[in-house]
Design a protein around this ligand. Structure first.
Ligand SMILES: O=C(O)CCC(=O)C(=O)O
Length: 318
């Protein structure tokens, strides 16, 4: 059920340049295509604004009643979140209750994670340095894959009515959860290949579905030295033609910021529990921590049948 990118991705990506790393993804793409032929038109066309608009008008489903039940995000107006998403591509005023983010952090400190997306590199976060020595390589990320779902607090966030209500209003009535993950990023001397695999230090946009939304939560205090996430406001709706016609999702910081404006880049620092929701068609990236590890959670929504396989090995939810 879960792909295990393991040796294959890690070692191949390590060996080569940008095109080799694209080639590494080809088996995943082919599996996606076999499983769901509708993936190909999405992959080719969802990078262009005219086709995204056409898809929106052709497929959007009306939103029926909001999901009922108490939300842990008390006092937040869904309309404000959705309005900010439409204008800026991001809303950054989320806050998890203390018991929830503490429970997730405790889980992540006491449960084994997998380094650099490889199930062969298992360790607990507190042993990161020893793990680098034992495995004789820099370890930039520690993912929990399907283990994330063993944490009740993770599931409580994933099922919160606010998330699905915002996702339905923004993406259309068919919006559903497609990813849920928690992961560490560690300060280390990572190669460019490792950073690229972990979506760190390179502006990119996500292209896993026609429309997506991702909720992110900082689960430790995140400052400039903790590898904060960065998002380029407005880049989800005003798009340079070159960035619609390219096959590559990753672009250099200068190229992105020269066009969308340096002042548009928002750095998402915040205390443990702080969160934000973004349209990941906008340019974004994580950054490599320089001082202390960052623990993050993501709940992602999409509008199409989710792929069985995930490049990052996240659990696929039905
Ligand atoms: O680690 C981060 O903050 C970046 C994550 C990311 O780029 C993604 O989920 O698409």
């Amino acid at each position: 059920m879960h792909n295990s990118p393991a040796k294959d991705l890690e070692s191949i990506a390590r060996q080569g340049g940008r095109f080799k790393r694209m080639a590494v993804r080809i088996p995943t793409y082919l599996t996606d295509l076999r499983e769901n032929p509708a993936w190909l038109p999405m992959f080719l066309l969802a990078r262009t604004l005219p086709f995204r608009r056409m898809h929106w008008f052709a497929t959007r489903q009306r939103v029926s009643l909001p999901v009922s039940g108490a939300s842990m995000f008390a006092g937040l107006e869904r309309r404000d979140v959705v309005d900010a998403l439409r204008t800026d591509g991001i809303f950054s005023g989320l806050m998890l209750p203390d018991p929830i983010h503490r429970e997730i952090a405790e889980f992540a400190l006491t449960t084994g994670c997998f380094g650099n997306f490889s199930r062969k590199l298992e360790f607990v976060a507190g042993d990161h340095r020893q793990a680098e020595t034992r495995f004789e390589r820099p370890i930039l990320s520690g993912h929990f894959f399907e283990r994330s779902l063993d944490c009740d607090a993770v599931m409580a966030v994933q099922r919160d009515p606010l998330l699905i209500d915002v996702a339905r209003q923004y993406l259309g009535g068919q919006a559903k959860v497609i990813t849920t993950r928690i992961w560490w990023s560690f300060p280390t001397q990572a190669s460019e290949a490792d950073r690229s695999m972990a979506s760190l230090d390179k502006y990119h946009f996500d292209l896993d579905d026609w429309r997506m939304l991702k909720f992110f939560f900082n689960l430790v205090d995140v400052d400039e030295g903790t590898g904060p996430h960065v998002f380029v406001k407005g880049s989800h709706r005003r798009r340079r033609v070159k960035h619609q016609l390219t096959l590559l999702v990753g672009h250099s910081a200068d190229e992105v910021l020269d066009y969308y404006g340096r002042e548009s880049a928002v750095t998402l620092t915040g205390r443990a529990g702080s969160g934000f929701v973004e349209d990941p068609f906008g340019f974004h990236m994580g950054t490599v921590p320089t001082q202390k590890p960052r623990l993050m959670m993501e709940v992602g929504f999409g509008v199409s049948k989710p792929s069985q396989r995930r490049f990052h090995g996240e659990p696929v939810l039905r």
